[in-house]
Design a protein around this ligand. Sequence first.
Ligand SMILES: C[S@@+](CC[C@H](N)C(=O)[O-])C[C@H]1O[C@@H](n2cnc3c(N)ncnc32)[C@H](O)[C@@H]1O
Length: 298
Amino acid sequence: MVHIPVLLKESMDLLKSEKGKMFIDATINGGGHSREILKRMKRRVVLIGIEQDGDLINSLKNKFQKEIGEKRLILKKGNFRNLKNLLKEIDPSAKLRVNGIIFDLGMSSYHLEKSGRGFSFQKDEPLIMTYSAEFQDKLTAREILNQWSREELEEILREYGEERYARKISQAIAERRKIKKFETTKELVDVLFKTVPRMKKIHPATKTFQALRIAVNDELNALKDGLEQGFEILNKGGRMVVISFHSLEDRIVKNFFRQKKQENQGQILTKKPIQPSIEEIRQNPRSRSAKLRGFVKR
Ligand SMILES: C[S@@+](CC[C@H](N)C(=O)[O-])C[C@H]1O[C@@H](n2cnc3c(N)ncnc32)[C@H](O)[C@@H]1O
């Protein structure tokens, strides 16, 4: 299934830079936003696409990069929290400055439906949840569920999942793993169905899966680091555009832009976050929680 880019026109309008030459897509995935950047900016633009998932980078190399050319589309596997080092690997003189950078956070349709790494509570897959396809020596959801203390579980469920039944769920997980360790998403979903009261709108596993995914990928700290590093490498007049999908991410972006404004480092382009239209939500329900914010550097 192809990932449908969210808030495409709106994010492009914010990113638009008249002088534009060098752009970064910090979360390139299937290249939805990147294609549009390249299309709009025509020949004048060089784009660097960053992605943590090596499988996605390989498939972009096989198709997208061949189509666009290696000079205009540079692909780099890595975490955007190390943006400055990733750029140094591309340009060892470290002189690269960019005119625009876009972050489209979180996971994609590919992760939910194809990666086989346990992002979806609708499937029965191993409990991995890393964005990186090479997860052998990395923290996984399985390790968190089987090895972290009950108190730590409760904390991530509360903090990263904003889950009101955090204590109850952590207790149920701690009991279940005494009998048999968790291996698959279905085993976890079964416990959640028994533990979390049924709500009309939201599946009982939604918040727990969100919490685990954030913890596995250390997403909130990665975002803070990525925003700082992205800002440093922006040219004067360069624009930073971020699409977030839940309130924890959006708060970090909002506060980051406010702080930069207070430090007199530029202007906020979006007084309020831009959200998808009813029409976009109808066509792509995954977009419903998206919030777009932008900033221009002085
Ligand atoms: C929502 S998707 C981006 C979709 C893309 N804009 C498109 O329209 O095709 C987010 C992507 O960011 C990647 N990602 C998440 N956190 C990352 C990080 N810290 N560093 C690099 N990539 C990351 C995920 O692997 C995922 O492929």
